[in-house]
Structure formats: C-alpha cells, structure tokens
Design a protein around this ligand. Structure first.
Ligand code: R5P
Length: 313
C-alpha cells in the first residue's frame, strides 16, 4: 500500500507491531521525551506529508497519559501536514462514562470524542463499544468494529454442545443474542444490579432462562475487576449450571483480577488483545484471541476506500 503511515504511542506496542507486520509495513518512528516538569513531548521521525496516517492507541492504565500521547500524536501529525489522520482506538478510553445517569457528572466518553476532533482527527476507528450509541458522539466519520468474527470462529471450532450463552446484565442482551444466534445456542439473562455509590459491587438477583445442567458461557464487553463474571459464575452454579466460562472482549483485568480469576469458579476465560498483558502472567485457562488481523484488514479497507461492513456479515 502506498502513501500510508502507521504510528503508535506507548499503549500497546505489540499490537501495533502485529498490525504493521500483517500490512507488511514498518511503524513510523516516534521519539518520546518526558521533561523534568512532567510535560510530554513527541517528534515524528520521518515525513508524513499528505499521507494517510493511522494512529493506533488503545486505552490502558495510566489512561490519562495514554490519552495525552494520542492528542500529541494527532497534533504533531496535523502540523506535519498529514493528508488524513485516523485515530484507531481498539479499547475506547472512558467507554463506560457514556451517559449522564447521575446528577452533576460528566459524559467523559463524549468529551474525549470532542477532544479527538479538536486535536485534528479526521476519522476514528474503535471496537466493541460498551454502548453502540457512543459512536454518535463523533461529528466526523467513525467506524465501530466488532471482535465477533474472531470470537465466533474460535468457539465454532470448539463445536460447543450443551452450552447456553449468558448475558450478564440487561445492557448485554443484544450482544449475547448475537453470539447465541451465530453459535446456534440458547441464551439466558442475568439481572445484575450495582450499588451506584460503590461501583464495583455487584448484586445478582434473577437468572432468566434455562441453565440447569448446562455449560454456561457468559459473553461480556469487558472484564475489569472481574466482579461481574465471578459473581455471575457463583450464581449460575448455585442455580444448577454444570460449568461456567466467560468471554469478555476487552480484558482490562485491573488490580488483582487475574489472581481472583485463578481462585474463582470460572472454568475458562477468553479475552482479546485490545488491552496489553504480559503473557507470562496469564494462567493456562485464560485464552487471548488476537484482533490484529481484523484491525489490519479494517485499516487496509479504509485506506483503499472499501466497505467495512462486508467484514462482519
Ligand atoms: C458493565 O455494564 C459491563 O458490561 C461489564 O459487565 C463490566 O464493565 C465488567 O466490569 P467488572 O469486571 O469490574 O465487573
């Protein structure tokens, strides 16, 4: 491909390298300096004038530094006369702060959309948003990709029998239904309630659907503390499920989530590589599926002006 450049910050170098390799390109070098006053500085190492620039930056801690890197890269690309600047955000920062559901709170996911446009992004690509409406925060072209082709393919190859797909909350019903249909499996729904003041505390009230004697597979957009899936697993087993596994697209796995997973009742956990982890620290029953081929293909299609929807049929 001609006239295209791939850049990245420090959020997920391995993912960016994998995408570049699949596209048979080199990453454009970027120099980063943190000054003694903690100010951040970057310099793009070669000309990107009039080129189609893709900046790959996923959300991971420290999320605010990662965001600042992204704004600086977009600004640097703008002043370097890039032809078009596309921000590629596999895991969108502050994705769950997408609504004003309490008094006097910000809608941070929208604020970030505004900031990306103000910095100079012409186009945004992201993946498996918590709520698809978040895409509407952008007044520039924005593409919402799904890890579904990779995940469905993985589970189809395992020819799941006696399984039931579980939506861990009302908000996840459409996603769970999609996977249940693609995998030709029944589904059930958990009525999950959180204490809004505590945030991470989860209270499971009802399980709607037939799970007795079945192997339950929870499908969720992300696993952060793990409270949702760990407590869901306990509730499902208590109600008669034969086993419980989970597939969470964004494996944030914050704090002690990995050691809690090892002690949890979950049989297996499947995530994707939208968020980086040191593979050495991951247990054997945690599988990471790569979305690099999907992102590489999306970048190729955007650059060549081809449809993306054909990737998700
Ligand atoms: C919440 O509505 C989301 O869909 C996930 O269930 C949630 O973000 C998972 O977070 P945690 O692992 O901290 O329970």
């Amino acid at each position: 491909m001609n006239n295209i450049k791939l850049l990245t910050g420090t959020s997920h170098p391995q993912l960016a390298r994998n995408i570049a390799e699949l596209l048979r390109m080199d990453l454009t070098p970027v120099e980063w300096i943190r000054f003694s006053n903690d100010n951040l500085f970057c310099r793009i190492g070669e000309s990107i004038r009039e080129t189609d620039v893709f900046i790959i930056q996923t959300s991971r801690p420290p999320v605010n530094d990662i965001l600042m890197e992204l704004y600086l890269l977009i600004d640097a690309a703008k002043y370097a006369s890039a032809g078009r600047i596309t921000a590629v955000l596999p895991y969108y920062p502050y994705v769950r702060s997408d609504k004003k559901d309490q008094p006097r709170i910000p809608v941070t996911a929208r604020l970030i959309a505004d900031q990306l446009v103000a910095a100079g992004a012409h186009h945004v690509v992201t993946m498996d948003l918590h709520s698809p409406q978040t895409l509407g925060f952008f007044r520039i072209p924005a593409d919402h990709l799904y890890a579904a082709p990779v995940i469905v393919d993985y589970f189809r190859k395992r020819a799941l029998k006696n399984y039931v797909i579980i939506a861990p909350d009302a908000g996840g019903v459409a996603r769970a239904r999609f996977y249940a249909q693609r995998l030709s499996l029944p589904m059930a729904i958990i009525d999950k309630r959180r204490d809004p003041k505590l945030g991470r505390e989860v209270e499971i009230t009802y399980i709607i659907g037939d799970i007795k004697g079945k192997d339950a597979l929870i499908i969720d957009d992300e696993i952060t503390t793990g409270n949702t899936v760990f407590q869901s697993a306990e509730a499902l087993l208590k109600d008669g499920a034969a086993s419980v596994s989970a597939c969470c697209i964004h494996g944030v796995l914050q704090g002690d989530a990995i050691s809690r997973f090892k002690k949890s009742k979950l049989k297996e956990l499947t995530i994707t590589d939208t968020v980086p982890h040191d593979k050495k620290n991951l247990p054997k029953n945690l599988t990471t599926l790569s979305i690099a081929p999907l992102l590489a293909e999306a970048i190729r299609r955007i650059h060549e002006g081809e449809s993306l929807s054909a990737m998700f049929i």
